[in-house]
Design a protein. Structure first.
Length: 400
């Protein structure tokens, strides 16, 4: 039986002490919260507890930014790491998730039996920006949808709040001004915004958005565009093409987000255009750097190049995995999506740098669409079939 006690807000757990998890550990520690970091490696946890620094992620970048290791701030004494997942879930009513999307199912499988026997309700705060495809249907789902699928028989024991951009881990770690998007049921979002996001609004504040799926979809899909933008920046195609890439990608992000269950307004929010703008325009973005490094390191073998690039980046970019899942979905639904199709071909198919360059030009300069506005037939189809219709890659609806 669940107790009627109010949720404890003086403590929070973080599952996934990578760059973002570490950044929020700094933030919550500055706000005088008790923070429990979970990671499966006991030696890693002992190092954090002894040095009050993350030995693998973010620390070296902070040192470069601040001018040396002696300038790197230590994590608060109230921040402690453990490899005991049962303790993490049992002792904390708020759990911040910052794992990659491909690791999330494994974590949820481990958490489920603990959640089943827990006597208080749990709020999962998800900062995960990825999509996964259901193997049987190839239907794309967001992190919150995946959690609800896994915990379908425990609906009274948990809630999910999604955190959207625009933000970078470095700014959160150093206390620079950041405004995030908080999406989910309004009552629990109100608690999260007040107790965890708004403790020091000079550092971190938030806006509420009702559209959880739209916020998550925009946060995942813009990573694909950032991968392509990183490549484009290496091609010396001039200063104008990024505007076309940004605007035409926005059409695809907005439409696909709508089909996944989000609203059209999601892309117009800061979790949409705001997050996409900073992810495409800054080298602080792992996904932008991934695209640049991929082109610079290209060997002719996409898999070999991918592994080579990952060794150059602190943390795992979500874009490449999202590209694969989105491609499966587009192929199954026969959707016309030139930027997303271009991304798949660049990072999985192409064999030469010249071919990569041509794919960018084809996607941005040879779009079958000839109008920016939505015509009367398209508006009617969107109104009649908002979750089903999209311009087709092949067939009768393939023509502009």
């Amino acid at each position: 039986m669940l107790t009627g006690l109010p949720l404890e807000t003086d403590r929070i757990a973080i599952i996934g002490p990578g760059r973002l998890g570490t950044a929020f550990a700094y933030k919550f520690g500055r706000d005088n919260k008790r923070v429990l970091l979970y990671y499966h490696d006991a030696d890693f946890c002992r190092t954090i507890n002894r040095e009050h620094l993350n030995p693998r992620h973010l620390t070296e970048d902070i040192a470069r930014r601040l001018g040396g290791m002696d300038q790197v701030p230590r994590l608060s004494p109230k921040v402690r790491a453990t490899n005991n997942l049962e303790q993490v879930v049992e002792e904390n009513d708020f759990i911040f998730l910052s794992v990659t999307m491909d690791r999330l199912p494994e974590i949820l499988n481990q958490v489920k039996p603990i959640l089943h026997h827990k006597t208080t309700k749990t709020c999962f705060i998800s900062a995960i920006k990825g999509l996964t495809a259901v193997e049987t249907t190839r239907q794309l789902i967001t992190p919150s949808q995946l959690m609800r699928n896994h915990f379908y028989n425990l609906t009274d024991r948990f809630s999910v709040v999604s955190i959207g951009g625009p933000f970078f881990d470095m700014d959160i770690a150093l206390g620079n001004p950041v405004c995030v998007t908080v999406a989910g049921a309004k009552p629990i979002c109100r608690i999260v915004r007040k107790e965890f996001i708004g403790a020091n609004r000079r550092e971190l504040t938030s806006l509420y958005n009702f559209d959880t799926v739209g916020v998550e979809a925009c946060g995942a899909l813009k990573n694909i565009v950032a991968n392509v933008k990183g490549v484009t920046d290496c091609l010396k195609l001039g200063d104008s093409i990024p505007g076309t890439l940004f605007s035409r990608s926005g059409v695809e992000v907005r439409s696909l987000s709508r089909i996944l269950g989000g609203s059209f307004q999601a892309f117009q929010s800061q979790a949409g255009v705001g997050d996409m703008y900073i992810t495409l325009s800054s080298d602080a973005s792992k996904n932008h750097r991934y695209g640049s490094f991929f082109y610079e390191s290209f060997t002719g073998n996409p898999v070999e190049t991918h592994l080579k690039v990952l060794r150059q980046i602190d943390g795992k970019p979500e874009g490449p995995n999202t590209i694969l899942n989105v491609h499966k979905f587009l192929e199954k639904r026969n959707m016309y999506s030139p930027i997303f199709h271009c991304a798949y071909k660049i990072f999985n198919d192409e064999k030469t740098r010249e071919a990569i360059r041509e794919q960018i030009i084809q996607a941005t300069q040879f779009d079958r669409r000839t109008r920016e506005y939505i015509g009367p037939v398209s508006r009617l189809l969107y109104r009649l079939f908002p979750n089903l219709w999209y311009r087709r890659h092949r067939g009768a609806l393939a023509k502009p």
